[in-house]
Design a protein around this ligand. Sequence first.
Ligand code: AFP
Length: 333
Amino acid sequence: MKRISLTQHLIEQQRQHNSIPAELRLLIETVGRACKTISHAVSKGALGEVLGSAGSENVQGEVQKKLDILSNEILLEANEWGGHLAAMASEEMESIHPIPNRYPQGEYLLLFDPLDGSSNIDINVSIGTIFSVLKAPDGMTTPTEKDFMQPGRKQVAAGYAIYGPQSMLILTTGNGVHAFTLDRETGSWVLTQSNMQIPVETQEYAINASNARHWYPPVTRYINEMQAGATGPLKKNYNMRWIAAMVADVHRILTRGGIFMYPADSRDTSVPGKLRLMYEANPMALLVEQAGGLATDGKQAILDIQPTKLHQRVPVFLGSKVEVERITAYNQE
Ligand code: AFP
């Protein structure tokens, strides 16, 4: 089979859809290169002295792993010199990171969770990098956090790298979801699947069931109905998976269907769930919609939410259309 590289795919997408100007292609290729570097560091494990905690906390008050910080630095250094970006934002940084004055300023904004699923690092389970690309508002001179406050539907590109048995890059620029597998011998991202599609129906759900006593009634009702199996109201047996890395759970859903849920619950009514809107829910929601699935906060499409804060959290229900419609309907009753 003829090997198509990431660059060739981006050039062909530009020819077909006029959707990837040269600056955006450079941005995506640069993020792809940074993810190769992160994949390499991750795969070293204890041999690379990258495991364990860094002895610091991030803006979320979460203990930072060494790889969280290393991955963040890799993405910052890879992207700041290219002239394609005006600023970056990351789960690991309190405020936005404007491009240093010594480099030209571009017209894109890059947001990322540099290493999603950090609690999986030390147990050698899949982790990943999630990224989202917005255009800087017209006329913007000095980027501020306000310039990032754009609904997810405004993303011009989104994707993730998953560092699992294979390292893969999953990408959309608004014309379908395409998958690349890292060829470690040549160091290239090679196209291995075009136009990923999420099956409309599924028998598989993902939720952290240890929180069941904190769930609100619609979620409890839905999980009980699935657990009732073939003799229950949904008339089929369901399976459950929870990898505790959104990247891995979403990758499974893009590959074979399913529904992923991280709902708000009664533990802390001031915090609507755990996942962040700008650099987790929004990029994943764009991928899921581009692959024929749905992604809501339990009431509305995640991509339609008007952000107000860079690190704001949002409840997430995403995946196979029929199931997301069902739980969203229960939430709206
Ligand atoms: P960490 O990066 O702290 O491991 O959190 C990962 C995550 O943000 C997301 O990737 C998972 O789906 C979710 O949290 C897992 O949350 P629980 O640890 O509550 O199951």
